[in-house]
Structure formats: structure tokens, C-alpha cells
Design a protein around this ligand. Structure first.
Ligand code: FES
Length: 669
């Protein structure tokens, strides 16, 4: 027999449904179980309230919980998944409906709910769009009124419905109004409110939030357009979310296979996971991060066993294709020491992905001071797992930007920021148990602070040692923050303060962070073999000295990461550099540039008026990185790109001179 395999067309890949591998049971015992349990809770709370054994808040909470659970019975019954016998579904549905909302008959509810499935996210025809498409500030008012759009939808479509169903709904509405009015006239309205009216609104509030808003909000595709992206799953923390939400964290499975009983959603997803991922299923994490299929696979791999307990927020690189300047408001300017300030930025929502960053990356700040444009490069000091974008600026006597930041910069001012670049940090793995050491001096703490905070948050088994050199305690940037971190991560973070001008500091930690001190630690409790990654940041002499010692002692060059305050001075340009024609790809466009002998690739691009990215111009920051596509260049120096990146064809354009008459570089690669 010959098997014929058909390649799915794009339309088929978007709309064909995998076999869920689930059958409707003769009777769904989980539904019977929650139905019985919810009725028992309802009966108990009512009896306890009537006999004054429970205070009103406890009654409201218990009854609301029972109604919330009964909605799942109603919901499964509306999809005829409680039993293969139709009448069983109708019986469960009718009883549950009386508790959830006695204004509408079960059949009317089922009709309206199926319309939600047919028209999900269609603002004209989806009754649930009342909640899922509402602006956030209206949500607290719309959640508890979720049955109103159902009533309105029914009124609009009343002519389409069977007469018996309409009469049943009319009877239920009349009966409900009669009960409420009778209670009011007989002085029992408060009792009715505690026993049912308030708990019902609480339950509807939570149902609208968990069944409608969480799975559907901010998804633009309608069910008709793309059924895989009209509803989402929320992955992670299943151990608590699945029982709490009665499986609606996997609401996408329900929309794809509405006749599957609620307790089989997760199993169905796991059985067909790859098929759903191939169809670009909409997925969010328990904490709201949206994942495409590849990101979900990576998230799952990294979280592994932890995923069920503690989803980890992983840092993400900037989504900008090439580094670009944006005008960003200043949200805070806080004094760190007498000569340094911390600057927080308020990144607009539409630029957040472009300003997401990995620990160790930096931004370039550009502004106009007295008619002169200045640009400076600063490492980001906030954790890459936070939403915060912050830099620390240390005052340099005579320094234009640092003086401005110390004396004039205020909240609400704006600065031009280049999207984050650089690669000082290393990839993190939540399941790793590694040992990291950062050795820094002065403002070299800024990238190290981001790296250590991010590492300790993501890798919960890893350890970090920070060696931090300063003049004295008062000149120590982030002193309090580091004390707090040391207390928080007492078993995994060790901070060694070295002070050059503090006579009260322990003698063996007095002076500069230098070769003898590092040698002492390497001979003691920090042998090279015990450390996975080294980070060095500070003055050129300190960093080069310490790096040389680490390599002498056997550290692998790829595991010794270096960040310099400033690049080295450029050596005199040799005479044999040649002119060249350079093709520059920048922001998706190609430009032809003539390069004069002795100019760098970056200089030639800037002279031609291109907005090529740069910051330090000294080979230290990596902002000017580009890929060589044609010809070759020679770099004068490189303190930013690791060997593997250079081997892959990347260069620092601020250091690159063509060695062939034609060269092509791509800043977007
Ligand atoms: S601009 Fe900093 S390395 Fe080129």
C-alpha cells in the first residue's frame, strides 16, 4: 500500500483541526462531582446564613464560589459534553442556569454562547466582546454586568428563536422580577441580596474576567479569520491555575474542540501540541507574556519542571532590527552619591519591545547642550527581568553630559536614546547552577549590577561573587541596593568591597583591585576552576591586567568578559590603508559610500550622512557592530566582540579599515 502525503495549503494549515482524541463520555463524572459539590456548598451557605451561623461576607464568598463552579456545569451542558444523552445535558444545564442567571433559559443561553464561538472577537456579532473588547478602565463596571449583552443579544435575535424557548425565558424573567419585588415589599431584600443577588454578581465578575477577558482580550483575529488566534492558552503554573480556573487557562482548546469536557482540555493540548504550534496557536504565559510558537518551545525547554511551579521571566533583546534613536522622557533623577545620579526612563508602551534588553547591554544617550550635540554611552543598571530602564551617570569634572545630568536634568525632560546594544552578558538558563564573578571598579558597577540581579533572578541555583573597588563607602554607587541584594540572596551572593582611601576598612581589602589581590583570591576560595564566567569592568589598566592574570591561570578567553569605561586611544593610522567603495545596508536600505584611505567604515558612513550607530568610537562598546558581506576589513582593536562573533563575520565599524577595494557591510544583520 502506498501512502500519499498531501502538503497542507496555507489555508489548511490555518484552519484544519487536529484530531483531539477525546470522546464525549456517557456521563462526565467530573461534571457530576462539581455539580453536586457546588449544590452542597450553596445549600450549606444558605442554611448557615439563615440560621445566623455564618456572617454575610462568608455566605457571599461561599455562594459566589458555588455559582462560579455551576457555570462550568452550564457551560459544558451548553456544548452537550456532559453526556452523550442530550436530555442529560439539558437537565444539568437547566438546573445550573437557575443559579448562574435565572433571567435566561438554558436554551437561550446555549444559543447566545454558540454565537460567541462562531463570532469570537467580532465586535458586531460576539456578545462576549462586551468584555473582551472593552477599554481597561471600563472593565470593573462591565465584568459584573456580563449577562446584559446576552440579554440584549437575545432581544435582537428573538425572532430567530423557537417560541417555546422565548416563552421559557419570558417566564423566568417574570419569576425573577416577582421574587425580587416580593422580597423588597416584605422586607427581605437584604436577605435575598446576601443569599443570592450579591454572590451572583461576584461570580459573574470573576467569570467574565477568567472565561472572557483573559483568553480573548487584545487578540485581533476573529474566529472566522483564524480560529487558532482568536483565543489563547495561558501556560505555566498549571498546578494552581487549572483547578482554579477549571481548565479555562487552556481556553483555546475549548474553542477549537467545544465538545470536549472541561477536565480534558490540558490533556488534549499536550496530545496535539506540535500540531497546534505549527498552526501558530495564540499562547500567553500566566504572567501575560505573549509567545510565538518558537518562543513557547524555548520557554518550555527552559522552564522544564519548574514551569509548573514558577514561570521565569526571561530577558529579551531589543526587537529593533538596527539600533535607532528614540526620544524618551526621563521618569526619575535620583542622587546615588555626591558625584553620581541614577536616571530612570519612561519608555512609551509602543517602544517597550525595542527597549527590552539583556543584562550587560548599554544605551547611547544623545542630546543637544548649548547648541552642541553630545552623545555618551551608558550601561543599563536595572535588572533585565524588570520593566525598568535605568542608567547611572558618574560626574566627570568638565564632562558636558555628566555635569548636565547632575545639575540640570529633571523629571519630564526628554533625551534621545539609542535602542540597547552590546553583548557583555552571557546567555542564562533557569535550570543551570553556575558560579559567576564580577570584578569592577567605580562606575563599572553599572553593567555588573544588571548582570547580577538578572542572573540571580533567572538562575535560582547559581551563585555570584562581586568584587567592587571604590575610594570609600561614601563614593560607593548603589551601596544600599547592594546591601539589600546581599540580604535577599544571602546564600548565593557574596560582595567583597575593596576601598582605596578608607583607613577603617579591613587591611587586606584596602587599596586598589589589582593583580596581587586577585592572585590572592585565586589561590584562596576563588580558584579559576570553580568559576564559570568572569566579568571585568573598569579602567583599562585594571581590566587588561586582571584579564591577563586570569588567562595565565587557565581561564578560557571566551569566559572572561570585558567591558571598558572607554576604548583605548586609537593608534596612528598606518599609511597602507586603501580607499574603497563601501556598500552599507542600514535599516533595510542599501547605500553606496566612498571611503577615503585612512577612514574607518563608520567614518565613511557618517560623512555620507547616514545615521550609522556608534557610541564610544574606541572599540569598547560594540554599538557600531556590522556584518561584512563582501570584501574584507582590518580592525585596529576590538574589546567588545567575542572571537565567535568575529568568526561569524562581524566587525566594529569604528575600528575597521577596508583591505579590499570593495566592501559591503550590513548593520541590520
Ligand atoms: S562605537 Fe563603540 S565599539 Fe565602535
Amino acid at each position: 500500500m502506498t501512502a500519499i502525503t498531501e502538503q497542507p495549503t496555507p489555508a489548511a494549515s490555518r484552519h484544519a483541526l487536529p484530531d483531539p482524541g477525546e470522546l464525549i463520555p456517557a456521563i462526565s463524572w467530573p461534571v457530576v462531582g462539581i455539580f453536586s459539590g457546588a449544590l452542597a456548598v450553596f445549600a450549606f451557605s444558605t442554611w448557615a446564613a439563615v440560621t445566623d451561623r455564618l456572617p454575610a461576607p462568608a455566605t457571599i464568598l461561599l455562594t459566589a464560589s458555588a455559582i462560579f463552579v455551576l457555570f462550568t456545569v452550564l457551560h459544558d451542558a451548553a456544548h452537550y459534553s456532559v453526556s452523550t444523552h442530550r436530555w442529560v445535558n439539558v437537565a444539568f444545564g437547566r438546573v445550573a442556569m437557575l443559579f448562574v442567571s435565572p433571567l435566561i433559559s438554558f436554551k437561550s443561553f446555549a444559543f447566545i454562547h454558540i454565537e460567541h464561538h462562531r463570532n469570537t472577537n467580532d465586535d458586531e456579532n460576539d456578545p462576549d466582546h462586551f468584555v473582551s473588547g472593552a477599554p481597561w478602565w471600563q472593565l470593573p463596571f462591565r465584568f459584573p454586568l456580563m449577562d446584559l449583552p446576552y440579554l440584549a443579544f437575545l432581544v435582537r435575535n428573538v425572532k430567530r428563536r423557537p417560541r417555546a424557548e422565548v416563552l421559557e425565558t419570558a417566564f423566568l424573567m417574570g419569576a425573577t422580577v416577582t421574587v425580587v419585588l416580593t422580597s423588597a415589599f416584605t422586607g427581605h431584600l437584604w436577605t435575598l441580596a446576601v443569599l443570592y443577588l450579591i454572590p451572583a454578581r461576584v461570580a459573574v465578575f470573576v467569570l467574565a474576567w477568567w472565561f472572557d477577558w483573559l483568553p480573548h482580550h487584545d487578540l485581533e483575529d476573529t474566529q472566522q479569520e483564524n480560529r487558532y488566534r482568536a483565543t489563547r492558552n495561558r501556560v505555566g503554573s498549571e498546578w494552581i491555575l487549572t483547578p482554579l480556573l477549571l481548565s479555562q487557562n487552556y481556553h483555546l482548546v475549548h474553542h477549537l474542540h467545544p465538545s470536549i469536557p472541561f477536565h480534558r482540555y490540558v490533556a488534549t493540548w499536550r496530545r496535539n501540541e506540535e500540531a497546534y504550534l505549527e498552526r501558530d496557536a495564540a499562547i500567553g504565559t500566566a504572567f501575560g507574556q505573549q509567545l510565538d510558537s518558537d518562543e513557547y518551545r524555548e520557554w518550555k525547554r527552559l522552564n522544564g519542571k519548574l514551569a509548573r511551579l514558577l514561570p521565569v521571566r526571561m530577558p529579551k533583546r531589543s526587537s529593533a532590527r538596527a539600533a535607532r534613536f528614540h526620544t524618551i522622557p526621563v521618569a526619575g533623577v535620583d542622587r546615588l552619591t555626591d558625584d553620581s545620579v541614577l536616571i530612570h526612563f519612561d519608555v512609551p508602551a509602543h517602544l517597550r519591545d525595542q527597549f527590552s534588553f539583556e543584562a550587560g547591554q548599554h544605551v547611547t544617550v544623545r542630546t543637544d547642550l548649548g547648541g552642541e550635540g553630545v552623545r555618551r554611552n551608558y550601561s543599563l543598571c536595572s535588572s533585565a527581568t524588570s520593566e525598568t530602564l535605568a542608567i547611572a551617570v558618574k560626574h566627570i569634572p568638565g564632562g558636558a553630559f555628566s555635569t548636565f545630568a547632575m545639575e540640570q536634568l529633571r523629571v519630564g525632560d526628554t533625551l534621545e536614546l539609542l535602542t540597547p546594544t552590546g553583548s557583555f552578558g552571557t546567555p542564562l538558563d533557569p535550570l543551570a547552577a553556575r558560579s559567576y564573578v564580577a570584578i569592577v571598579a567605580g562606575s563599572g558597577i553599572t553593567p555588573a549590577l544588571s548582570i547580577l540581579q538578572t542572573t540571580l533572578a533567572v538562575e535560582t541555583e547559581s551563585r555570584f561573587t562581586l568584587v567592587y573597588g571604590n575610594r570609600d563607602a561614601d563614593s560607593t554607587m548603589f551601596r544600599e541596593e547592594l546591601d539589600d541584594l546581599e540580604a535577599r540572596y544571602a546564600d548565593r551572593l557574596r560582595i567583597i568591597h575593596v576601598r582605596s582611601r578608607d583607613p577603617r576598612h579591613p587591611a587586606h581589602l584596602r587599596g586598589r583591585v589589582d593583580r596581587p589581590k586577585l592572585g590572592h583570591w585565586l589561590d584562596g576560595d576563588l580558584p579559576v576552576s570553580s568559576v564559570d564566567e568572569w566579568f571585568l569592568c573598569g579602567p583599562v589598566e585594571m581590566v587588561t591586567d586582571l584579564r591577563a592574570l586570569l588567562l595565565d591561570r587557565g581561564a578560557e578567553p571566551d569566559h572572561v568578559h570585558v567591558e571598558l569605561f572607554h576604548g583605548y586611544q586609537r593608534p596612528t593610522v598606518a599609511d597602507d590603508f586603501i580607499p574603497a567603495e563601501v556598500a552599507v545596508t542600514l535599516d533595510g536600505r542599501q547605500h553606496e559610500v566612498s571611503l577615503a584611505a585612512g577612514d574607518t567604515v563608520l567614518e565613511s558612513a557618517l560623512k555620507a550622512g547616514l545615521e550609522a550607530p556608534y557610541a564610544c568610537l574606541g572599540g569598547a562598546c560594540g554599538t557600531c557592530k556590522a556584518k561584512v558581506l563582501l570584501g574584507s576589513v582590518a580592525m585596529e582593536q576590538n574589546f567588545a566582540l567575542p572571537p565567535a562573533v568575529v568568526d561569524a563575520g562581524y566587525v566594529l565599524t569604528c575600528q575597521s579599515h577596508p583591505t579590499t577595494p570593495s566592501v559591503a557591510v550590513d548593520y541590520d544583520a
